[in-house]
Design a binder for this molecule. Structure first.
Ligand SMILES: Nc1ncnc2c1ncn2[C@@H]1O[C@H](COP(=O)(O)OP(=O)(O)OP(=O)(O)O)[C@@H](O)[C@H]1O
Ligand SMILES: [Mg+2]
Length: 249
């Protein structure tokens, strides 16, 4: 049996006919790995993982999950197939309590399994247990991401796909969220992660890809990529330029 939990081959996807945003991207994620996708703003990182999750129209290529072709399955079917997607924003219901957020995420579980599964999530995320009656919108930014991740994990996915879970968080919470993902991987869940906090993400990742203009231009062992001159040129150099332009404006 294939080791690859996720095998994305030559994927093409976009929002309008004739305007590909993801342009022949190929990435793999092995069982138990954390794979990080880096790249400059607008490279198509979110579009790539949304296409994998069935949220952006696919015009070419394939997505295999455990060897099964799941290309362009609707997002609600993806959950049943074992792929859980955590979007960058609007990933919780802010007016609902923490517990109700977890409960409504249990859709594909048998009703009698739900209470015990919610308790398992509380055991894994004690912060959420303490705040089970709190409206999710009143949680800290880091706890909100914790809830979003718990909502995704509650249905036992094979692979967890996340879009910038640390975006907008203070450095303390960035570290907390990424450490949480490292812990989740230890429990056997395979993770595909898009991150702007490249250094912190590479510290918890096994392998990483650099996506530029909708295609992976470089890949390697996560711990080696931070000092890789090709990455600096493809990605970090470009970010420095962006920052320079920003501060001059
Ligand atoms: N809903 C949409 N409709 C049309 N075009 C879109 C849509 N979302 C993104 N795009 C376009 O797709 C391209 C890639 O965007 P995407 O959000 O995938 O990049 P990204 O690498 O995630 O960027 P960032 O680092 O800023 O999050 C951009 O040119 C963007 O304008
Ligand atoms: Mg994005």
């Amino acid at each position: 049996m294939s080791q690859k939990v996720l095998d994305v081959r030559d994927l093409e996807a976009g929002y309008e006919p004739g305007v590909p945003i993801v342009r022949g991207a190929s990435i793999t994620v092995d069982q138990g790995e954390i794979v990080v996708v880096l790249g400059p703003n607008g490279a198509g990182k979110s579009s790539l993982i949304k296409a994998i999750a069935g949220l952006v129209p696919i015009t070419g290529g394939t997505v295999l999950l455990d060897g099964k072709n799941i290309t362009a399955s609707p997002a609600h079917i993806m959950v049943r197939l074992g792929l859980a997607f955590v979007p960058q924003t609007e990933n919780i219901f802010p007016l609902m309590s923490v517990e109700d957020n977890l409960r409504v995420a249990c859709g594909i579980l048998r009703p009698r399994e739900v209470p015990a599964r919610i308790e398992e999530m509380y055991a894994a995320f004690p912060d959420l247990a303490r705040q089970r009656r709190t409206a999710a919108g009143n949680l800290s930014g880091g706890q909100r991401q914790m809830l979003a991740v718990a909502r995704a994990l509650i249905v036992h996915p094979k692979v967890l796909v996340l879009d910038e879970p640390s975006a907008g968080l203070s450095p303390k919470f960035v570290a907390m969220v990424l450490e949480m993902l490292a812990g989740i991987r230890k429990s056997g869940v395979t993770i595909l992660l898009v991150e702007q906090n490249a250094k912190a993400a590479l510290a918890i990742g096994d392998r990483a890809y650099v996506l530029v203009e909708g295609k992976e231009r470089h890949q390697g062992v996560a711990s080696e990529l931070w000092n890789d001159p090709v990455v600096a040129e493809l990605y970090l150099g470009q970010r420095r330029l962006d920052l320079g332009q920003g501060s001059a404006a």
